[in-house]
Design a protein around this ligand. Sequence first.
Ligand code: SAM
Length: 242
Amino acid sequence: MGYRYATERTDHSALASGQVLRSAPGFPGFPVRLASELLQRAMVHLEDGGIRLWDPCCGSGYLVTVLGLLHRDLLTHVRATDVGADAVGIADRNLELLTAEGLAERERGLRRSARDFGRVAYIERAEAARDLATRLAEMGGDLPHASAVADVFTLTEPVESDLVITDVPYGEMTRWEGNAPQDPVRGLLASMGRVLPARAVVVVTARTRRVRLPEGVQALERVKVGNRSAVLVRARDLASAL
Ligand SMILES: C[S@@+](CC[C@H](N)C(=O)[O-])C[C@H]1O[C@@H](n2cnc3c(N)ncnc32)[C@H](O)[C@@H]1O
């Protein structure tokens, strides 16, 4: 497979939150290297072919947009949903960066700011947007995407995604909202088991020592990096156990 391993020393500065991708107070970003590692680990458990990626607690959409830009060649669609309308508004603007036109528009805006404010930092950011556009074109061009406001706990309609990667609220900057049950991670996993195809892989990550799985649910794999941990599970196992 043609993907780059996370251990490779790639310069991800163009992807830093607030450079080309948009950030906002109260919307945490996600470590780029870990995002890439989680996607590559999940790929081992998925069949070859284009992957449809979904983050059902997407916040600013930073995580899935970074993955779209880094791994365009592996993905055929990116979906981002969140219970918060403000979050989805920012996610929309980030997902637009998965297209040549979105990146060109971002580059033009940053060059305008460079002129208006006379700050060289904007020129560097404009050039980063241009470089991302070049890389996106080399890796397959525009990546189709969709976003929506949705409470992850009340989903009922099937979602045709192959891979979910989601960074759940951990109480510092973000909290569980909507119809959160007593054990929100269990509720999220039950929803995923309900709406995803059986073969899909679900990756849940949080700023915690260990993402706890409900009794009876087997992990495909666990990952621990710094103050974050993640667990990979098969949707079929969630559907039968929860
Ligand atoms: C840690 S943040 C996600 C950050 C995101 N991965 C990023 O890269 O920007 C967790 C998100 O979960 C969302 N959330 C909380 N309760 C939710 C629910 N019931 N359904 C969907 N999203 C929810 C919050 O609005 C918040 O945006």
